[in-house]
Design a binder for this molecule. Structure first.
Ligand code: DAK
Length: 257
């Protein structure tokens, strides 16, 4: 891996992916995105990993897709490169994925953050979809996920003016889960990850899938989907362990089976 650092056990059962193109503010070139995709695939298949944290550095989570790499491309170049398949595979990651964001999360960087299940932001984080300022528009979910997260008025303003919002505002409008001082954002993400890693990985996976389904379907179908996944948890050893531990007044030990 040239542009990311992967630590499979950054904390017990918690892996870390760190974007590592600091001079370019972690601009997302094709190779970097492919490396994230490959790392997530490997971590998805690694039973020792229950939760993944993805981060950049203090100055930038990612300042967007690599403008220098994109600048001369034609529509047909973009069509043939089919970058969306990389993004689609990232979206299909099945374990909980937490973004730890400091500094710039712009354009594709904001979109990458929004593919995470939860976000911890430092007080210096800034989120934005500034593509309009360079004559284009969001292409990897910015008009869709941002609108679902913050509502139409705020999303329209961000997408049409390209203005950034602060971590505090991102928190107020529901884009991020928590905002902490800059020295603490990664630790806070690990804390959140550890609390999820202590749960049943089977239940976490089915619950994540069910929450995500709510964005893609109507209520009746979503409730049906949720019920099937709820029933499915009763096929797991973890459900037996969790309920036995409650009755026996002890801490459960979930095995992911
Ligand atoms: N691409 C390439 N290089 C970038 C970059 C980017 N997005 N952002 C920053 N850099 C580079 C700068 O060029 C500079 O490099 P040198 O000139 O030193 O070689 C270095 O990082 C430091 O940046 P600055 O000197 O500009 O630093 P400042 O603190 O002055 O400004 C800034 C920071 C973040 C405000 C500024 O760099 C900036 O405005 N950056 C561009 C932000 C932006 O427009 N982002 C949106 C890009 S479009 C798709 C998926 C996704 C996308 C599209 C398609 N498919 C699946 C098909 C997404 C598109 C986008 O994200």
């Amino acid at each position: 891996m040239e542009f990311i650092l992967v630590t499979p056990q950054a904390r017990p059962a918690v892996a870390l992916i760190q974007l590592n193109r600091p001079k370019e503010l972690n601009a997302l070139n094709l190779q970097l995105m492919q490396e994230i995709r490959d790392a997530l695939k490997a971590l998805d298949e690694d039973d020792a990993v229950r939760v993944v944290v993805i981060t950049g550095n203090e100055r930038a989570f990612a300042a967007g897709a690599d403008i220098k790499q994109m600048a001369g491309k034609t529509a047909i170049d973009m069509l043939i490169t089919d970058q969306f398949s990389t993004w689609d595979q990232i979206r299909k990651f099945r374990k909980p994925l937490i973004g730890a964001v400091s500094g710039f999360a712009l354009g594709g960087g904001c979109e990458l953050a929004m593919t995470c299940d939860m976000l911890v932001a430092s007080e210096t984080a800034q989120f934005g979809q500034p593509e309009i300022r360079i004559g284009t528009m969001p292409g990897a979910g910015g008009t869709q996920r941002l609108t679902r997260a913050v509502g139409k008025a705020k999303a329209m303003e961000m997408v049409l003016t390209g203005e950034f919002i602060s971590a505090q505002e991102a928190h107020r409008v529901g884009l991020v889960n928590r905002v902490v001082p800059v020295g603490q954002y990664l630790e806070e993400a690990y804390r959140l990850a550890a609390s999820i890693a202590a749960m049943s990985p089977v239940a976490a996976r089915l619950a994540k899938e069910s929450v995500n389904r709510s964005f893609e379907t109507h209520l009746d179908e979503g409730l049906h989907f949720e019920r099937k996944n709820f029933y499915l948890t009763f096929a797991s050893e973890d459900q037996k362990e969790g309920m036995a531990a409650f009755v026996e007044k002890r801490k459960p030990e979930f095995k992911g089976r």
